[in-house]
Ligand binder design. Structure first.
Ligand code: NI
Length: 178
């Protein structure tokens, strides 16, 4: 396993649409999922899409186990939402690619999901609560969409300005590092 660096917005790659995994899930995909999980735990975060480490593939990892409880990694290859509830649910979201910005996003409260797991087994299941929030947030990444894209124009512009400023500062600090 290897730690990979996480792309930070604004970055054109985060707007890319990720491609489906063609054919079966291979050891190469599993290596990528292992790296993604390690990177996500290190960050730390609860979900990560492959494009966030620069790999435009429809692969997501997640672990929603509360702190102090045994880890429960989940892997999603080519996830698809089969149906969404009409009922909506608002949750304060953040994103490893959008550091230090948190805001409420409203999404369908429940979704029916189909995906392949780590071993390529096809699974269908109903998600709700944080699981539904997280899978919809991560699946947005596969379409090149960030949670700040769901905010009002004003809030999104403020968030982008903050991100650009932080990026510039980080660059300057790098230049001055001896
Ligand atoms: Ni995210």
């Amino acid at each position: 396993m290897a730690l990979r660096s996480i792309l930070i917005a604004p970055d054109a790659r985060l707007k890319e649409k990720s491609k489906p995994v063609e054919g079966p899930v291979t050891d190469e995909h599993r290596r990528l999922m292992d790296d993604m999980l390690e990177t996500m735990y290190d960050a730390p975060g609860i979900g990560l899409a492959a494009i966030q480490i620069g790999e435009p593939l429809r692969i997501i990892v997640m672990d929603l186990a509360p702190d102090g409880e045994p880890k429960k990694p989940r892997y999603f290859v080519n996830p698809e939402i089969l149906s969404r509830s009409e009922e909506m649910f608002a949750y304060e979201e953040g994103c490893l690619s959008v550091p230090e910005i948190y805001d409420d996003v409203e999404r369908p409260a429940r979704v029916r999901l189909r995906y392949m797991d780590y071993n390529g087994k096809q699974i269908e299941e109903d998600c709700e609560g944080l699981y539904a929030v997280c899978i919809q947030h991560e699946m947005d990444h596969l379409e090149g969409v960030l949670f700040i894209d769901h905010l009002s124009r004003l809030k999104k512009e403020k968030a982008l300005a903050k991100l650009k400023k932080a990026k510039k500062l980080a660059e300057e600090n790098k230049e001055h590092r001896l």
